[in-house]
Design a protein around this ligand. Sequence first.
Ligand code: PGA
Length: 241
Amino acid sequence: MNLVVANWKMNPKSAEDARVLASRIERGLLEVDRRKVEAVICPPQVFLPAVRHSLHFAALGAQNVSAEENGAFTGEVSAGMLNNCGAKYCIVGHSERRRMGETDTMINSKIKLCFRNDIAPILCVGFGATKSSSVSAVKRIVKRQIGLDLEGIKTNEQNIVITYEPLWVIGTGEPATPAHAAEILDFVRELLPKARLLYGGSMDSRNARAFASERVIQGSLVGGASLDVKEFTQIIKAFAI
Ligand code: PGA
């Protein structure tokens, strides 16, 4: 089944706005063949309870999790707490967090804690590559990240999602080409035969179909466009194939 994930980032402003947005996305899902595509909504942690109660079809996800299990870690939220709030997925290793200093060692610990708490990690890879990187350089970066981030994890036995996100297209309105995304994800497929593979970066209603028509691309991690119900619904529909 394809997977379309809303990464709301640090939006919207209030729990009420989050609840309304989630309810409107749910209404949009009535028009979608839900046997073919699953939608996931990842609000800011503080809005997880409000969004949880608005969801019927979409799954709940988190945008981050602590690399520690519990204890004296001021401001952190554990995987156990996320599970308790109803989260089924969690984005891990997003470039915006890697840029804030999240290391592959931390990411590896976060992924292990997700699995221990019945949360499917959505691991983002591609950070470090630039627009001028060659395809082989991008593949080297992605392979290294997957090796470090999934060290000690039996990927064949786990529900794991990998998202290729070229840093230079995030939030720009100019996505990578579907052919480039497919080439990198074909490579990831060789490394991880069982993972679900997504593309993320400036996807919208106009370009979603072209990505969805690449067989290896099984969905998307959507930032900006996930805050616009019409846009997001069109993207989900594009992956209902
Ligand atoms: P974007 O963000 O869709 O706004 O480019 C994607 C992401 O950062 O996950």
